[in-house]
Design a protein around this ligand. Structure first.
Ligand SMILES: *Cc1c(COP(=O)(O)O)cnc(C)c1O
Length: 419
């Protein structure tokens, strides 16, 4: 098929994320990707400021990840996980248990981030049932969050500003505290209100779920690490299962291996996804403590009631293990630090609220972005960006050079100027 035919069929038949079939937004044709670049038909190579929604941390076609995929392909791509196990799953789980905060000992391998959040919430509900508190069926969270697109995930996404306001009345009703403040000096007042809210609803609450340190798709909002200690204390005080959704923040993005590490706080349940396979395949994991695992096993069913067809996919697990080994043997900390320094030049963009955390750079305008115009302006600077709402941001691959980061900053500035 010619590029024109591909785009024409796509327009008529393929849904893209959050788009209409009757009035589809324009898409561009990608023909390849390598290192920090993606190749767009008719445009050429551009620096990928998005790392394919924050997942391609080592860049594209990394020789070590490609080799891990080939090696596993020559053994088996997939076998069911019911009644069977395999080395790729065991190796990955052992890496995850080692790397994640202390106490997280048990690993559920899910096939996407949203499913891992569903599993986390199910763990919390079954834990409460297993420990004699079946009336605890709701979740406490904060406004401005994003936890995925399936129904239980949507119920803990931001109720107003998020993409799912339309589902109110359909979704389970959860309890929302204020979004954590940006400044340390505002934490005490926020924490007092949050504690009061938790106390009011405690006897109905199964768990507390948050994105630690950085709210991603709900608004690219960083907040002080001291809030994580507040979440831990509130959860402990009221017997809530504390769930950290590290799907966006995990694997170094915010400057520590996990955002939880910035506060030295360990959750009871943790979700990882996105960068887990270095952006190669869809895979996520839900980890929990022995306390949660034994509590939920005492519930009526005696088992964790979940088991996707592609659970523990060997190909994805083998690549994920190779990606974690690249992190462990490489110097991601220095890369994230270097990228952070480069992104500081975003502060020169006037008339915008700029925030930089780890390898994340965010420019918030005072009006919604014209996505088509902004995308075109960035492409003219040789950069791929995907703004949303009033936000133009980057979460680049860690392999970006200083020149790549400078280009991304020019792309963001150009996009902000026309948007
Ligand atoms: C992307 C994301 C999810 C959902 O992951 P999918 O793989 O898209 O289902 C959940 N939580 C957070 C914090 C995310 O960034």
């Amino acid at each position: 098929m010619s590029p024109e035919d591909l785009l024409a069929f796509d327009r008529g038949h393929l849904w893209h994320p959050y788009t209409s079939m009757t009035d589809p937004a324009p898409v561009r044709l990608v023909t390849g990707a390598s290192g920090s670049r993606i190749t767009l038909d008719g445009v050429g190579d551009v620096v990928d400021g998005m790392a394919s929604w924050w997942s391609a941390i080592h860049g594209y076609r990394h020789p070590v990840l490609d080799e891990a995929a080939r090696r596993q392909l020559s053994r088996m791509s997939h076998v069911m996980f019911g009644g069977l196990t395999h080395e790729p799953a065991v190796e990955l789980a052992s890496r995850l248990v080692d790397l994640t905060p202390a106490g997280l000992e048990h690993v559920f391998l899910a096939d996407s981030g949203s499913v891992s959040v569903e599993v986390a919430m199910k763990m919390a509900l079954q834990y409460q049932r297993g420990t004699g508190r079946p009336e605890r069926t709701r979740f406490l969270t904060v406004r401005g969050g994003y936890h995925g697109d399936t129904f239980d995930c949507m119920s803990v996404c931001d109720p107003d500003g998020g993409m799912h306001a339309m589902w109110s009345g359909v979704l389970p009703e959860q309890v929302f505290g204020a979004r954590p403040p940006r400044l340390e000096s505002d934490v005490a007042a926020w924490a007092a209100d949050f504690r009061t809210l938790a106390a009011e609803h405690a006897d109905r609450l199964a768990g507390l779920i948050v994105e630690p340190l950085l709210q991603g798709a709900g608004g690219m909002h960083p907040y002080p690490a001291s809030c994580l200690a507040v979440f831990r204390e509130v959860a402990d005080e009221h017997g809530l299962v504390l769930i950290f959704d590290e799907i966006a923040t995990g694997f170094g993005r915010t400057g520590t291996l996990f955002a939880a590490d910035a506060a030295g706080v360990a959750p009871d349940v943790m979700c990882v996804g996105k960068a887990l396979t270095g952006g190669y395949l869809s895979l996520a994991a839900t980890l929990c403590t022995s306390e949660v695992a034994s509590g939920l096993s005492a519930s009526d069913s005696g088992v964790l009631m979940h088991g996707p067809t592609f659970m523990g996919n060997p190909l994805a697990c083998a690549i994920a293990t190779a990606s974690l080994d690249l992190l462990s043997t490489g110097d991601w900390r220095a890369d994230v630090c270097r990228i952070n320094t480069g992104l500081q030049s975003l502060h020169e963009i006037a008339a915008a609220d700029v925030r930089v955390l780890g390898a994340v750079g965010v420019v918030q305008l005072d009006h919604p972005v014209d996505v088509d115009k902004a995308t075109a302006a960035a492409l003219a600077e040789g950069v791929w960006l995907r703004p949303f709402r009033d936000l133009i941001y980057t979460m680049p691959p860690y392999v970006c050079t200083d020149d790549d980061i400078a280009a991304i900053c020019r792309g963001i500035a150009a996009a902000a100027a026309v948007a």
